[in-house]
Design a protein around this ligand. Structure first.
Ligand code: CA2
Length: 145
């Protein structure tokens, strides 16, 4: 079964509880459940994980190099704008990488306009809310390699 890893960065565990005007009303569990359902329909194995810790995200990216994961969908949250370490880990991963942001980072503060992860990402989706994750999954499942 083809595998895709979905990674959510720091504070995304708070989705649906605060700042719904920016990040929407869905919880992380709602988003993940939608992805599990869609992946199952197409016979894909999706694994969704969230961490507030940079090193833990890196450990999961490194594990994906070795376990046959075809693609990583990642919302690195604030680490998007700071983490060379996550970029380095993604550079060592050979599958597809899609970067997702719930908000349109380009309409926001200028420090959100730069992404280290975009230097590696094959595709970037921003500003579509939770629909961005579903679009990323659809893209991966229709063109895994
Ligand atoms: O738009 C996105 O998806 C972001 O990756 C979200 C990050 C932000 O630092 C990026 O610039 C853009 C922040 C995630 C914080 O999520 C929260 C959700 C609910 C309540 C509070 C924070």
């Amino acid at each position: 079964m083809k595998k895709v890893l979905v990674l959510h960065g720091p504070n995304l565990n708070l989705l649906g509880t605060r700042q719904p005007e920016i990040y929407g009303h869905e919880t992380l569990e709602d988003i993940n459940n939608g992805l599990y359902e869609r992946a199952a329909l197409e016979g894909w194995d999706v694994s969704c994980r969230q961490s507030n810790h940079e090193g833990e995200l890196i450990d999961w990216i490194q594990a994906a190099r070795l376990d046959g994961t075809a693609a990583i969908i990642i919302n690195p949250a604030a680490y998007t704008h700071t983490s060379v370490a996550i970029l380095d880990a993604l550079n060592a991963f050979e599958g597809r990488v899609i970067e997702v942001h719930l908000s349109n980072v380009y309409k926001r503060e200028s420090f959100r306009h730069h992404s280290y992860v975009s230097l590696r990402a094959d595709g970037v989706i921003a500003g579509l809310g939770s629909q961005g994750y579903r679009a990323a999954l659809q893209a991966v499942m229709s063109q895994p390699g």
